[in-house]
Design a protein around this ligand. Structure first.
Ligand code: PLP
Length: 373
């Protein structure tokens, strides 16, 4: 490519595109347990409501509401309710993105672009931080995690921040609970984040908040350099609509509003997110089901498969596992992933392990059966 398109930045030729989920409805039935979506579509009742709104109130010829006014208000209310936040979360503490992926990119544009900073990530973690940073020419500093519990190696983290590299670390990305490993931030990690200098932005990605029921939202008011990212792609069953949001103090939200595209969120997506929030009593009970299913999976994986699989405790809607006593771990995991695929279960081989989404009861039974095969 670089020979022919010589106008393209040379560093982009090294970069592989994010390999998206095949998407849509596959032609033959498969259990799609590779992207941590909710296993159930929206209830018909809500789809009918959306259909009605599309037919009767949405104006396809008009630009969508570029201020996201109603959605910001509804999200602010949900943030307070869901995480028992005692400070006044108002709509000016919320910015809405085309998926949290867009917000990640906006944060990078606002902080590091132009050689002003690099980012810090502890792997294995969500790959989009590194991918999006690289597309913007931003350097990624990678540190490790402890093998037994995937806690961030804080010695390495502190060294990376104090070594005065050029460009300096300007943003730290953490996921709470982490993907693909399922663990929440530890008290030590939280203290490290609290004590970071104010000129470093702390991004706490709470994509799995509804499953972990733990949030740092209460602390946002005290930290002008913190931002939480959440999404409608997981527990809210709206992955198709691409809606994510950021929670932060007003100054930082204003910067995000400056950086985003003016009409970043289609009208139908805004409506879908609003309807999902207004009807959360119909959607969120499935989270309880998934948590029960997760407990059953944990029981099965740690007893029936105890001699073969190493499984980590998880606070999200997925499990992370590796094979025990396996010298050629990555080859064996690739082989297992391929064999499960042949049997009709898609999982994700990432970060030197396997990530398996908790699906419906039937899907989970098939996962266990197919693993046993
Ligand atoms: C799934 C996921 C997201 C969601 O991204 P969207 O762009 O909102 O779909 C964000 N962060 C992490 C860690 C995720 O796993």
């Amino acid at each position: 490519m670089s020979d022919r398109l010589s106008f393209i930045r040379s560093d982009l030729s090294q970069l592989a595109a994010y390999k998206p989920h095949p998407g849509g409805n596959p032609t033959h039935p498969v259990d799609r347990l590779d992207t941590n979506e909710s296993p159930l579509d929206l209830p018909l009742e809500l789809k009918e409501k959306l259909t009605y709104l599309y037919q009767h109130t949405l104006e396809a010829n008009r630009y969508p509401d570029g201020s996201h006014y109603k959605l910001q208000e509804a999200i602010a209310e949900y943030v307070v309710e869901s995480a028992q936040v005692s400070w006044d979360v108002t709509r000016d503490r919320i910015s809405v993105g085309n998926g949290s992926d867009e917000l990640i990119r906006s944060l990078l544009i606002a902080t590091c672009v132009g050689g002003e900073g690099s980012i810090l990530v502890a792997t294995p973690t969500f790959s989009m931080y590194g991918i999006l940073a690289t597309t913007l020419g931003i350097r990624v500093t990678t540190i490790g995690r402890t093998e037994n519990n995937f806690a961030i190696n804080l010695t390495q983290a502190k060294a990376a921040i104090s070594n005065r590299q050029q460009p300096p670390v300007k943003v730290v990305f953490v996921v709470h609970p982490n993907s693909p490993t399922g663990n929440c931030l530890t008290p030590e990690e939280l203290n490290w984040l609290r004590n970071l200098p104010q000129d470093i932005l702390v991004v706490v990605d709470e994509a799995y908040f509804e499953y972990s029921q733990t949030s740092v939202a209460e602390e946002i008011a005290q930290h002008p350099n913190w931002v939480i990212l959440r999404t409608f792609s997981k527990a809210f069953r709206l992955a198709a609509h691409r809606v994510g949001y950021a929670i932060a103090n007003t100054d930082l939200i204003q910067v995000l509003e400056k950086v985003r595209l003016p009409y970043n969120l289609p009208a139908f997506s805004q409506t879908a997110a609003l309807v999902a929030l207004q009807n959360r009593h119909l959607l969120l009970p499935l989270v309880e089901e998934t948590i029960k299913e997760r407990a059953k999976m944990w029981q099965a994986l740690t007893t029936d498969f105890a001699d073969k699989l190493q499984v980590w405790e998880t606070r999200a809607n997925f499990f992370y596992l590796r094979l025990k006593n396996q010298e050629h771990q990555n080859e064996a995991l690739a082989d297992l992933t391929a064999k499960l695929k042949t049997q009709g279960t898609l999982i994700r081989h990432t970060g030197g392990g396997l990530r398996i989404t908790v699906g419906t009861k039937e899907e989970n039974q098939r996962t266990l059966q197919r693993l046993a095969n």
